[in-house]
Write a protein that binds this ligand. Structure first.
Ligand code: GRG
Length: 280
């Protein structure tokens, strides 16, 4: 096997291990399926424990590691960001939004449990995400900071703002709304996933600056690649080869931003490559 094939294999197995760790933590954090009233707890588990890539929580763990923190230090923050992401998918699939029947290879939450439970499941996942952060722990200021970062990224100056702009956009939006949607709808939560991992790991201000730069760039790459795969959004505005060129340049900049962390930045670099290639 060539050197690069070995690197590829060990990167992939380390990401698989992390995904398992996150899946176990999520399964523990979610209410037991039989807890009363059972339908909502079953719907929450159904929506979260399906076949997700866990990109955001993996970014949280990798950022914590890059600044010398232990993975366990960042697990509650990693779970919180995945629960918020899962809520956004459940609500995005509703008839009033994207009206999608399928999510993660099976019926979307409202198709399986009905529309009222679909709405309530999204609400419940968002609420549980923040509840996880408020469990009494040492370093309470760290958890307060994480809750603040996450709520900002999920709110009207982040993901919800981006979704509103998208819902209201014309079929051929101009450059300004496109850029806003790009950086807010999916980018804000991805960037926050990275930042909160750094906060959990005790990052210095300078280290957080580097992580935030990395997170902003990989967040953009995620959306550019999504548009390239679907041949919509910016891929229509900028064209396929220009969008691809920008995604590659942003990935290089993201890796450059975290290069001062040395070998500890390897998981962040692996994830940047994964976001560009979507090989996961
Ligand atoms: C409804 C409040 C509210 C917000 C919705 C982020 C968002 C805003 C909607 C997502 C809609 C969507 C499906 C966008 C395409 C890109 C995307 C976010 C895909 C899903 O994320 P992945 O690929 O999914 O990380 P998995 O299933 O792997 O977690």
């Amino acid at each position: 096997m060539s050197g690069s094939a070995i690197t590829h294999t060990s990167r992939a197995s380390s990401l698989t291990q992390r995904r398992r760790l996150i899946n176990r933590a999520l399964a523990q954090a979610l209410p037991a399926p039989g807890a009363y009233p059972p339908v909502i707890h079953e719907a929450m588990r159904y929506s979260v424990l399906g076949d997700g890539k866990r990109i955001r929580p993996m970014l949280t763990l990798a950022a914590c590691e890059a600044v010398g923190g232990a993975l366990e230090d960042a697990l509650p923050a990693a779970c919180a960001v995945e629960l918020i992401h899962a809520y956004s998918l459940v609500h995005d699939d509703l008839p009033a939004m994207d009206d999608d029947d399928v999510r993660r290879g099976r019926p979307s939450c409202h198709k399986r449990f009905g529309e009222a439970i679909g709405i309530l499941t999204g609400d419940a996942l968002l609420t549980l995400g923040f509840h996880l952060l408020t469990r009494p722990r040492r370093r309470p200021a760290v958890w307060l900071r994480i809750a603040r970062e996450l709520s900002h990224a999920a709110g009207t100056f982040g993901m919800i703002g981006g979704q509103v702009a998208d819902v209201q956009a014309s079929p051929t939006p101009g450059a300004e709304p496109i850029e806003y949607i790009l950086t807010h709808k999916t980018g804000a939560l991805i960037r926050a996933a990275v930042t909160i991992g750094g906060v959990a790991g005790g990052a210095t201000k300078a280290a957080l600056g580097r992580l935030t730069r990395y997170g902003g760039r990989v967040g953009l790459v995620f959306q550019l690649v999504d548009d390239l795969l679907d041949r919509d959004g910016v891929a229509l505005v900028w064209g396929v080869s220009e969008t691809r060129r920008r995604a590659e340049a942003l990935t290089a900049q993201a890796k450059q931003a975290v290069s001062p962390f040395g070998a500890r930045a390897e998981p962040l670099c692996a994830l940047a490559d994964v976001l560009l290639s979507r090989e996961l």
